[in-house]
Write a protein that binds this ligand. Structure first.
Ligand code: NIG
Ligand code: FE
Length: 415
């Protein structure tokens, strides 16, 4: 099947040759074509241009998109959508004044989700996660990374990773799997941290590698969770099995997480609320993608990461939802863009680059995803009528996605 879209008000992120990432001042450059056409052939983007040079349709299915914009689909490079139930009681505890760390120290938080996940069958977990994933496609997302980390023992971590594998096999969109056994120290190992780290390295990693259950390895390197030394050991072990690092760092403190991630050539380091000159310097000397999760900072009322300083220093930034039951119970990428603009003071151009090209890089998909480029996957969404791309983050919370196309096929989800 081939399509010719005509009269597109703005074709966003249209790049004949796409860079693998954009950094610093380049983040403000968002190539767009006003009054455009776009041709899709099979699964792939074929060609595009301005309406005054529109080709004859031939056998193409022609769709007139007058008034609408076409965006590349979002890449959501950091989520935890395999979980059981929800944690709105902790949401209320936070309103009453408890902090995320206090809730975690009392056995809530990640440990609460681990207890719920332990009770749930693979089938229940799959059905719940599939519902979340389908909803995310409706927000315009066409690639997603999913982490384990609510198992916290060998059996349950493997159960989560098998559910992620099933999602990979049964979803229209690309799914990348990340092993996050080091998400929290489980209750049974509270007095024996080393024992749990040994279980990760000696029991979990060999099976995960053998069964090819993960693409990446993550550690929550932060105050009250895993130390730099522990992170270093786990990432070194993961590397021996060919798993690249993608880690949680500096959400709660200047934890050293960014530096240890860079040391291990992490594909991305994520959260980064606590990023100062030393962290920026380390990132500048690396190929690691700094990834910000503005809906988590919003939901937990954290200090905001210094996006402007990072861009001014010449760094790239990626954006993701962090969809999880404790700190970001939402997979709404357009809302993440609004928060990036409002709270991080990123411009719409920077936010769109961060949620497409740069987030594709943060999940190893630069070649196929992240821009409207000939030869890349025809993964895009058509907006409802709007005057310009800046309207999308501006009109926060209002569903502006009209139709989503994955691999050249229109999806039935709409939001
Ligand atoms: O990315 N920061 C660590 N992990 C998750 C939260 C997990 C949870 O609270 O369930 C996050 O925010
Ligand atoms: Fe996370």
């Amino acid at each position: 099947m081939s399509y010719l879209f005509t009269n597109i008000r703005q074709l966003i992120q249209a790049r004949t040759i796409a860079p693998e990432k954009v950094a610093g001042k380049e983040m403000a450059n968002l190539p767009c074509i006003n009054d455009a056409w776009l041709r899709i052939e099979g699964e792939f983007i074929h060609t595009f241009g301005q309406m005054n040079e529109c080709p004859e349709p031939g056998n193409d299915h022609v769709i007139d998109l007058a008034g609408k914009l076409v965006f590349p689909a979002w890449c959501d490079s950091h989520t935890h959508i395999v979980y059981a139930g929800s944690r709105e009681t902790e949401f209320v505890d936070k309103i009453r004044g408890l902090s995320y760390e206090q809730i975690a120290a009392n056995g809530g938080g990640i440990l609460n989700s681990a207890a719920k996940l332990h009770q749930a069958s693979e089938e229940e977990l799959f059905q719940q996660a599939k519902g979340r994933l389908d909803e995310m496609i409706g927000f315009g997302t066409a690639a997603i990374e999913i982490k384990s980390g609510y198992g916290l023992n060998t059996v349950d971590e493997l159960k989560m990773l098998r559910v992620i594998k099933r999602l990979k096999e049964n979803s229209q969109i690309v799914v990348k799997a990340t092993f996050l056994g080091a998400h929290a120290i489980p209750q049974a190992f509270r007095q024996n941290r080393d024992g749990y780290i040994r279980e990760i390295i000696e029991q979990m990693l060999p099976v995960i590698a053998e069964e090819k259950l993960a693409d990446y390895c993550d550690v929550f390197c932060d105050k009250g969770f895993f130390t730099v030394e522990e992170t270093d050991m786990i990432l070194a072990a993961a590397a021996r099995y060919g798993l690249k690092a993608k880690i949680h760092a500096n959400e709660l403190d200047y934890s050293g997480g960014i530096q240890v991630g860079v040391k291990h050539q992490a594909l991305s380091v994520d959260h980064l609320e606590y990023t100062g000159p030393a962290e920026i310097e380390a990132l500048l000397a690396s190929n690691t993608m700094p990834t910000l999760l503005p809906s988590t900072a919003f939901f937990l009322r954290l200090k905001q990461p210094p996006a402007r300083e990072m861009i001014a220093a010449g760094l790239p930034i990626a954006l993701a939802t962090d969809y999880n039951p404790g700190s970001s119970p939402s997979g709404n990428m357009p809302f993440v863009l609004s928060l990036a603009c409002i709270n991080l003071r990123m411009t719409p151009e920077e936010a769109i680059n961060a949620a497409t090209i740069n987030s594709a890089y943060a999940m190893g998909l630069s070649q196929t995803h992240g821009s409207i480029s000939p030869g890349k996957k025809a993964n895009l969404f058509v907006s409802k009528d709007m005057p310009s791309y800046a309207y999308l983050p501006y009109a926060f919370g209002s569903g502006r996605v009209h139709k989503v196309m994955i691999d050249g096929k229109f999806q039935i989800f709409e939001c």
